[in-house]
Design a protein around this ligand. Structure first.
Ligand code: NAG
Ligand code: NAG
Ligand code: NAG
Ligand code: NAG
Ligand code: NAG
Length: 456
């Protein structure tokens, strides 16, 4: 009797301890989702607040672009939960890094890619679409998104491939000779969202131009809806770095969704794009997760995702979740997968002393993959917020439907951003912060070249 009571206590204690580890989540319960999201966001912000560069708002150690993408994630978090506790930090960081209203601040602009900059623009348009609080004396959110558009479209490069955005901006950068999916898909998405928000058809024309151009290259193969990560100017954009990434697909899906809505569904190409690309995105729901749990298959199974790649699922889930509000027919297709992914992601949050640090391999479910960091938190926050979108059940505001952020089509045009910079000595910290895709490019390129040599 005594022994079994002791045993029962021990077992009970173990079970209780296990219950405290990992995050509780009842997937169809709004309050449960909000509470899980709050736990995950708080841990993310603990990392943010503990960074070495804490005296520079919005600047993370060793990376600049992730500040923008994290704020983008936090803006959607605020929209779906109403939790305002991080708003001051988001506003402070967004405004501090705004540069000449174009998110191209001179401290970092020498080393950035178009993709790095566009993520800040996407954060700003997200803020505009959800009436995120603006501060007096600061440029409006939509104008900051317009500032990014205004500095990027003049970089459209017809000297090779008959068009396209280069990955990186300056000739001394490795990525200058590359055109990649996220830079083109990023500006495509930003343009489409500006078109819907402002109703200005110039943005829609650019969105269509970028989509149509992408479709002439391996970056967007409409024949089989495959998205190559990158291609090079030297081959007139005929070669392809074929690594597959969730965010490349989602950025084109999201942009096509906004264009579908902007055109009132009158142009079939956008809906076909949404559906076609979501179908090929099925590769990111491998059998190891029952074809329901999202995985960045190029690095997760190998356990070698870098910090950039660890964040990609955040964007995929955010963009796909919001997409269902403007292309309502997609809800039944995507939500079973977003729900299962959120459940698995919450189970993956059982690490560290706190017992709630998240890993990245959601397909492992309850078995923590022993990785942790701000990026892991961001990914899980993304999928939890996405699951709250249907509870909120509101499409993004536009200027005609209650959006209060004021358009300024000339924002960012005073910028010095398009003048070639004076080069400073580059420190290693800056190098590490430059470019979203350095790692991907180098390894992806090696693989592509190997493949081409073998194939040839
Ligand atoms: C630029 O760098 C300086 C020196 O480190 C720093 O004081 C300043 O806050 C930085 N500005 C931005 C926008 O990051
Ligand atoms: C979509 O429909 C609205 C309302 O009927 C109309 O004002 C708008 O011009 C249409 N948009 C396009 C791109 O045709
Ligand atoms: C566009 O989005 C609105 C929500 O703002 C939705 O009611 C409408 O059905 C969408 N239009 C199309 C063509 O899907
Ligand atoms: C539409 O956008 C273009 C490009 O930024 C701008 O030149 C034009 O003035 C805008 N039109 C309106 C009505 O805002
Ligand atoms: C450009 O700068 C001038 C002078 O500083 C200012 O008057 C003007 O409003 C600025 N334009 C924009 C679009 O920010």
């Amino acid at each position: 009797m005594i022994l079994s009571k002791w045993l029962a206590t021990l077992l009970g204690g173990t079970l209780a301890a296990q219950g405290a580890l990992a995050i509780d989540l009842t997937i169809d319960d709004e309050a449960s989702l909000k509470s899980a999201a709050k736990t995950v966001a708080s841990t993310m912000m603990d990392y943010y607040n503990a960074r070495d560069s804490a005296n520079i708002p919005g600047k993370m150690d060793g990376t600049w672009w992730e500040g923008g993408s994290m704020f983008m994630t936090l803006i959607l978090y605020w929209w779906v939960t109403g939790d305002t506790q991080f708003n001051a930090a988001v506003q402070e960081g967004m405004y501090f890094q705004k540069g000449d209203d174009d998110f191209f601040p001179s401290n970092y602009s020498q080393y950035l890619g178009n993709d790095d900059q566009v993520f800040w623009g996407l954060a700003a348009i997200t803020a505009a679409e959800f009436n995120y609080p603006e501060l007096d004396g600061q440029p409006s959110w939509v104008s900051l998104a317009q500032g990014v558009f205004n500095t990027q479209y003049p970089r459209w490069d017809t000297s090779s491939c008959h068009g396209g955005m280069r990955w990186q901006i300056w000739p001394y950068q490795n990525g200058y000779l590359t055109k990649n999916a996220i830079s083109n898909g990023g500006l495509f998405q930003l343009s489409a969202r500006l078109a819907l928000y402002t109703g200005n058809k110039t943005y829609a024309e650019w969105a269509e131009r970028i989509w149509d151009w992408s479709a002439t290259t391996p970056l967007l193969k409409q024949k089989n809806w495959n998205i190559a990560d990158s291609t090079t100017c030297g081959t007139q954009c005929t070669d392809h770095g074929d690594f597959q990434w969730t965010y490349n697909y989602a950025t084109y899906i999201s942009g096509a969704a906004y264009m579908h809505n902007y055109t009132n569904g009158t142009e079939t190409k956008w809906k076909e794009g949404v559906e076609g690309l979501y179908k090929t995105s099925q590769q990111f729901f491998p059998t190891s997760g029952g074809n329901l749990i999202l995985s960045d298959i190029t690095c997760e199974p190998l356990g070698n995702c870098d910090r950039n790649q660890i964040t990609f699922k955040s964007y995929f889930t955010n963009w796909i979740g919001v997409m269902t509000t403007i292309v309502p027919g997609m809800y039944d297709t995507v939500f079973p997968q977003l729900k299962a992914s959120a459940q698995a992601a919450a189970k993956q949050c059982s690490g560290g002393d706190s017992g709630v640090k998240c890993g990245i391999r959601w397909t492992k479910q309850a078995e923590w993959d022993k990785s942790s960091g701000l990026e892991q938190q961001m990914a899980v926050l993304g999928v939890l917020s996405a699951n709250l979108v249907p509870f909120k059940n509101k499409a993004p505001f536009t200027a005609d439907s209650g959006g209060t952020s004021k358009s300024n089509p000339n924002a960012g045009t005073n910028s010095t951003a398009n003048k070639a910079p004076v080069l400073n000595t580059i420190g290693t910290g800056d190098k590490a912060g430059a470019g979203v895709l350095t790692f991907i490019f180098v390894t992806g390129w090696a693989v592509a070249v190997t493949w081409m040599i073998r194939g040839g």
